[in-house]
Structure formats: structure tokens, C-alpha cells
Ligand binder design. Structure first.
Ligand code: ATP
Length: 356
């Protein structure tokens, strides 16, 4: 049997189709022992023959692949976004990828809009619950279109779901080092328990319980509104942050702003021991799609994160070092101050790896 790791590649829509090929060529440049298989699930495919993902798609991914690399989904020609929901949310929910891990790391001071911040000052990770919350699509409208209209959207928080993601955050803190090699030491839970007393009350109780199992890790808490302010005031204070699905979605866009924008942010959708899925934080960005201007580094750093997850740490490090060098030398796309196109920036990183 081949010892190569099997990776499913799903570029999707918009800039996903531009940045993923760059991530693929960078993986190839490292010579990592992987076998990549591409799937065309996308708006294009949905418009052509109505397919979002084959009925056995999720089972096949779980059975035949070690990891999945996804670009982005969303296309103005499919206003319902049905294909995106079925493919992306389907992967997260049906494959039960409960921990959405989003590292926030500043590679170069020039990329941060805050004054006086040095690269190693920002090196934290957000662990976002990925299978529950308001994203489960439970709710409805009543008397729609009338003055008496009522809209209800349920926020689902299960004991099991909350407990496993909080435990994941503590395990991550214990296991993963910071970029400078120092150990991680703190897990902060953020919520709005002062208003969402039932849902986030559960989070508070479970956080207290789980944190007792990790006496060597400092357990902290901050309400999400205060956290937003602190993230802008002094992002140095954060280490591992764990939160629910929606707050994780919101605060990681804010956090992406600290590291150079959406084009720089990577993420993994993880269920330990199962086939996990990796995707850049940005979406399909229709306004800039097809113009060769999208920043491929978020997708490339996502590929590095995936290789690391697959036990290919050396290859991951080579990719991260090459992106760091590209940022330092301004061999980047325009959004972060360079003058290169998507392909050219990917090419620069791939050839740096080839010649390093
Ligand atoms: P979603 O709703 O899934 O978040 P979206 O298409 O509404 O997707 P994004 O794709 O996340 O939003 O992007 C919003 C804007 O951020 C884009 O229109 C673009 O200006 C900028 N952006 C996002 N990703 C990149 C990138 N890789 N390179 C350059 N700019 C980007």
C-alpha cells in the first residue's frame, strides 16, 4: 500500500479556483509524499448538471482521503448558495469537523494596521465551534411579509458539542508551540453569557469543568464585546481563544485584519482521527475573481497547516519560511503591498522552495 498521504482538492468558485492551484504547486515544490485528486464540485458544475456533491461524496472523502483542501464557494449565478451550503456546510456537519482552527500570526510588521506591533507579538489561535450554534438552520418565519411577521433562529448548543471543542482547545494549547518555540500557556473562552444566559451559561459551566483537567494551563474568560476591543488595543495578550460558531466567524475576520487581511488567513476544520478539511478564511470574493489579483498566501499557508496535520512538518515549515520571505521581499499581491499577480506570487514561493 502507498504510504503517500491522499489529499482531495476542491477549488470551488471565484478566487478559490485561482488560489488553490497555487497552493497545489507549492505543495508539489516541497516534494511532499502526497497524492492529490481534484474534484470539480462548484457553482459551474451545479449550473451544468445540478450536482452539488455526489450522494456518497462525504463517505467517499472520509474513506479514501487523509485530508481535503478546499478553496471557496459562492457565485452570484447561484443566489441561493445551495451548492455552497451542501458542499461546505455538508463537510463541516456531516463529517463532524467540530473544531475550526484559525491561527493568527503576523509575518511582518508592515502588514499590521496597529502601531508598534512586531511580528512575534501576534501569534494566537482561535478555535471556533464548527457544527452547532446558529449555523444549524433551525428556525422559521411566521406571517411572512405582514406587519406581524415573526422570525426565529435557534442557537443550538449541546453539552457534547461544547465540551469537545473546549477540550480540543486545551489539548491544542498543550501540544502546539508558538512560532518562536515557546510553549502556549493560556486558553481564553469568549462568549456573551451576561445576555445569552442559557446557551452561554452552558459554555461557562463546561469551561470551568474541563479547565480543571488542565491545571498547568491558565483558563481565562472575556465577553466577546470586550475581546473585540482588546484585540485591537493589544493583541499581544492572546494565546488560545475558544468560542462558539458565530463569534468565531466574526472575531477571526477582525483577527485577519491584524495579519494583513483576509488574503493571509488560514484555517483547518478538524475532527481528530478523521479526515479533516482545510480552507483559507476568505470566501470566493466575486468582485476580484478571475483577475489574477487574489492573494494566494492564505491558501498556501492553509496547505502548510494541512501538511503539518498530516505529519509532514518539515514540508510545512519550508512553505511557511518561503511565504515569510516573500512577504519580507514584497513578492506579493497588491492587497499586502506588492505588485505581483496571483500566479506570479505562487510561482515566487514555489521557486523559492525549489531553490532553498
Ligand atoms: P464570504 O461570504 O464567504 O465571506 P465573500 O465573497 O463575501 O465571502 P470574501 O471572499 O471573504 O467575502 O472577501 C471579501 C473581500 O475581501 C473581497 O471582495 C476582497 O476585496 C477581499 N479579499 C478576500 N480574499 C482575498 C484575497 N485572497 N486576496 C485579496 N483580497 C481578498
Amino acid at each position: 500500500m502507498s504510504t503517500k498521504k491522499r489529499i482531495a482538492i476542491v477549488p470551488g468558485d471565484g478566487i478559490g479556483r485561482e488560489v488553490v492551484p497555487q497552493a497545489v504547486r507549492v505543495i508539489q515544490a516541497t516534494g511532499a509524499p502526497v497524492e492529490m485528486t481534484q474534484f470539480d464540485w462548484s457553482a459551474e458544475r451545479y449550473l451544468a448538471d445540478g450536482l452539488t456533491i455526489p450522494p456518497d461524496g462525504f463517505a467517499m472523502l472520509g474513506r479514501d482521503f487523509d485530508a481535503i483542501l478546499v478553496g471557496a464557494f459562492g457565485d452570484p449565478r447561484v443566489p441561493s448558495n445551495i451548492h455552497a451550503k451542501e458542499i461546505l456546510l455538508g463537510m463541516r456537519f456531516k463529517m463532524d469537523l467540530y473544531a475550526n482552527v484559525r491561527p493568527v500570526r503576523l509575518l511582518d510588521a508592515a502588514l499590521c494596521p496597529l502601531k508598534g506591533i512586531e511580528p512575534n507579538d501576534i501569534d494566537f489561535v482561535v478555535v471556533r465551534e464548527n457544527t452547532e450554534g446558529v449555523y444549524v438552520d433551525v428556525g422559521g418565519v411566521f406571517k411572512q411579509g405582514t406587519l406581524d411577521e415573526i422570525a426565529v433562529q435557534q442557537d443550538i448548543n449541546t453539552r457534547k458539542g461544547v465540551e469537545r471543542v473546549i477540550r480540543y482547545a486545551f489539548e491544542y494549547c498543550e501540544r502546539q508551540k508558538k512560532q518562536d518555540g515557546s510553549p502556549r500557556k493560556r486558553v481564553l473562552m469568549t462568549d456573551k453569557a451576561n445576555v445569552m444566559t442559557y446557551a452561554h451559561g452552558l459554555w461557562q459551566r463546561v469551561f470551568k469543568e474541563v479547565s480543571r483537567e488542565y491545571p498547568q494551563i491558565k483558563a481565562e474568560h472575556m465577553y466577546v464585546d470586550a475581546l473585540c476591543m482588546q484585540m485591537v488595543r493589544d493583541p499581544r495578550q492572546f494565546d488560545v481563544i475558544v468560542t462558539n460558531n458565530m463569534f468565531g466567524d466574526i472575531i477571526t475576520d477582525l483577527a485577519a485584519g491584524l495579519q494583513g487581511g483576509l488574503g493571509m488567513a488560514a484555517s483547518g476544520n478538524i475532527h481528530p482521527g478523521k479526515t479533516s478539511m482545510f480552507e483559507p478564511v476568505h470566501g470566493s470574493a466575486p468582485p476580484i475573481a478571475g483577475k489574477n489579483v487574489a492573494n494566494p498566501f492564505g491558501a498556501i499557508l492553509t496547505a502548510a497547516m494541512m501538511l503539518n496535520h498530516l505529519g509532514l512538518a518539515r514540508e510545512a515549515e519550508r512553505i511557511e519560511a518561503a511565504v515569510l520571505e516573500a512577504v519580507r521581499q514584497k513578492k506579493t499581491t497588491q492587497d499586502i503591498g506588492g505588485a505581483l499577480g496571483t500566479r506570479e506570487a505562487g510561482n515566487w514561493v514555489a521557486s523559492f522552495i525549489n531553490h532553498a
